[in-house]
Design a protein around this ligand. Structure first.
Ligand SMILES: CC(=O)SCCNC(=O)CCNC(=O)[C@H](O)C(C)(C)COP(=O)(O)OP(=O)(O)OC[C@H]1O[C@@H](n2cnc3c(N)ncnc32)[C@H](O)[C@@H]1OP(=O)(O)O
Ligand SMILES: CC(C)C(=O)C(=O)O
Length: 516
């Protein structure tokens, strides 16, 4: 199996992402993590770009031992000398020199003829080779370069001493098939090509950076350049973690592997995201929050029966603790029952039907159902539903800073009638309770009222506890709902119902005693 070198440019091309600016200690931290990830080469920066970049490249080169460290330079002597000063005390000093070779870049940006570009490239490689044991040369915008000219300049820089030749798709223009053809063309038309390692460097402007990098591997590239999380100039670079995992999972197809410690991927990705401030899209391959989350019932059922039905990458492979079953409106009974079992609830079939229905109703209103929500639903089921003497059919509350809060409530009575009443109060909860009081045969006195949320966050359920005195008895009630006013009404009615339950129980006890 071929070994592919992983060249990480998170600290150079990745830092070229608009809005990203890493300070020295942040760069050091990322470099140490890249070393733990065991990337082969770390491009630590562009030493001539600024004093800060110079300082970081220098310290990274002098600190990192497990990966080779490089820095970028233009073809002028000043950039190369500055890179040498930054890199000379590293384990294996390596420079990365580039010059553009496409007509548009040569004509308008460099204002040089193709002959002058060849000459400059050759001179700079020769100059760099006098210092650096390893010289990488890149043909910037290679994928929009005239192929015979590309082959010619590549041959010349190899003769000048280049060790690695990089063929960048600088503007993310190429397709996988075309990129493969460029590598084939160079192998067929550059006589000394076997003297160098060939490298691929892809940008994601058309969303093809990873596919193009994989195509390059299929056509002989020995090295892949990219960044963690795919950050980089414009739409970013190829995501190194995606390429490494693709090679691992599809080794049957690519017959190539990297030396990356794959279980460091998640940690590296999180660190880069945190320090650069570039958020990882939830659906991003390999490292997104949803990459190992199963949401829909049919998938969850499949995964519970056999994980490989819907999981081609095991989360542990990339350092994620486990997959997750997100309970939401698309979940089915299997996942629901399984989660309930994990929470310690063994549900009888009819109980499962009821709680599952309550769960689905809640999931229609709430994005994600937490364990606390499920426990609250179970408490409602086991301790609440049996006491439904009065049931709230509808509740409407009007509140405004310049209006008196008013509640309108429809209740179903124990004998199946619908009764409706409206009432006001100093606040919305008081308006609800005053209205409910009016619907009862005797006064209800509120002794205690407590409210809490079932979990953190804006989507958690409101849980209300009340203590009342009604028909000479004290009673506690509990209500749970997404809206705190609904939870308050439910708790009050639940406490009233418990008084009736108590009365009924007493009555049955007395009947039993008098019979006996
Ligand atoms: C595809 C890539 O990602 S390339 C790397 C991009 N990275 C960066 O640009 C790093 C940050 N850059 C910087 O800090 C600055 O641009 C510097 C320090 C590199 C240069 O700054 P300045 O000297 O002020 O030049 P400026 O950036 O305005 O223009 C670039 C100059 O470099 C020249 N140049 C561009 N590429 C090369 C090259 N490979 N070799 C030689 N000269 C080059 C341009 O033609 C232009 O020259 P000119 O001034 O004669 O017209
Ligand atoms: C310097 C080169 C390799 C580059 O970043 C590009 O062409 O995108």
């Amino acid at each position: 199996m071929r070994k592919i070198n992983m060249f990480d440019t998170t600290l150079r091309d990745g830092e070229q992402s608009a809005g990203v600016n890493l300070n020295h200690s942040e760069k050091m931290e990322i470099a140490r993590q890249l070393e733990r990830l065991q990337v082969d080469i770390i491009e630590a920066g562009f030493p001539a770009a600024s004093r800060g970049d110079f300082h970081s490249v220098k310290e990274i080169a002098e600190t990192i031992k497990g990966s080779s460290v490089t820095g970028l330079a233009r073809t002028n002597q000043k950039d190369i000398d500055t890179a040498w000063e930054a890199l000379k005390y590293g384990e294996e000093p390596r420079i990365h020199i580039f010059i553009a070779t496409s007509p548009v870049h040569m004509t308008y940006k460099l204002k040089k003829t193709p002959e002058q570009v060849v000459e400059t490239a050759v001179e700079s490689v020769r100059y760099a080779k006098k210092r650096f044991p390893i010289v990488q040369w890149s043909a910037e915008d290679a994928c929009r370069t005239d192929l015979p000219f590309l082959a010619r300049i590549v041959k010349e820089v190899i003769d000048a001493g280049a060790d690695v030749v990089n063929i960048p798709d600088t503007v993310g223009y190429i397709t996988p098939e075309e990129y493969g053809k460029i590598f084939n063309y160079l192998k067929e038309n550059v006589p000394n090509i076997d003297r160098v390692k060939l490298s691929a460097h892809c940008h994601d402007d058309l969303g093809m950076a990873v596919s193009n990098s994989l195509a390059a591997i299929e056509h002989g590239a020995d090295q892949i350049e990219g960044t963690i999380n795919g950050i980089g100039e414009r739409a970013g670079n190829a995501s190194l973690e995606e390429i490494a995992v693709a090679l691992h999972i599809r080794k049957d197809h690519y017959n190539a592997m990297t030396g990356l410690k794959l279980d460091e991927i998640s940690r590296t990705s999180q660190l880069v995201s945190k320090l650069t401030g570039m958020l990882i899209p939830a659906n991003k391959a390999v490292v997104g929050k949803n990459a190992f989350a199963h949401e829909s019932g049919i998938h969850q059922d499949g995964v519970l029966k056999e994980v490989t039905t819907y999981e081609i990458i095991s989360p542990e492979l990339v350092g994620v603790a486990s997959n997750s079953m997100v309970l939401g409106k698309h979940s089915g009974r299997h996942a629901f029952k399984n989660r309930m079992k994990e929470l310690g609830y063994e549900l009888e079939p009819d109980e499962l039907d009821r709680v599952f229905q309550a769960f689905k109703d809640l999931a229609d209103k709430k994005k994600e159902i937490t364990d606390e929500d499920l426990m609250a639903l179970m408490t409602e089921e086991r301790a609440g539903s049996s006491s439904s003497y009065y049931e709230i059919t509808s509740l409407q509350v009007q509140y405004g800073t310049n209006h008196i809060p008013t509640a309108t409530i429809t209740l179903e009575t124990p004998d199946g009638k619908q009764i409706q009443e409206a009432g006001t109060g100093a606040g919305s909860v008081e308006a609800i309770y005053n209205t409910l009081d009016k619907m009862m045969d005797s006064p209800v006195e509120l002794l205690d009222y407590r409210i809490q949320s079932t979990s953190g966050g804006s989507y958690s359920l409101g849980e209300v506890y009340v203590k009342i005195k009604y028909r000479g008895r004290t009673s506690n009630g509990r209500g749970t709902a997404q809206d705190v006013l609904e939870a308050s009404a439910k708790a009050y009615v639940n406490a009233i119902n418990r008084v009736f339950m108590q009365e009924k129980w007493n009555h049955e006890q007395q009947k039993a005693v008098s019979k006996g």
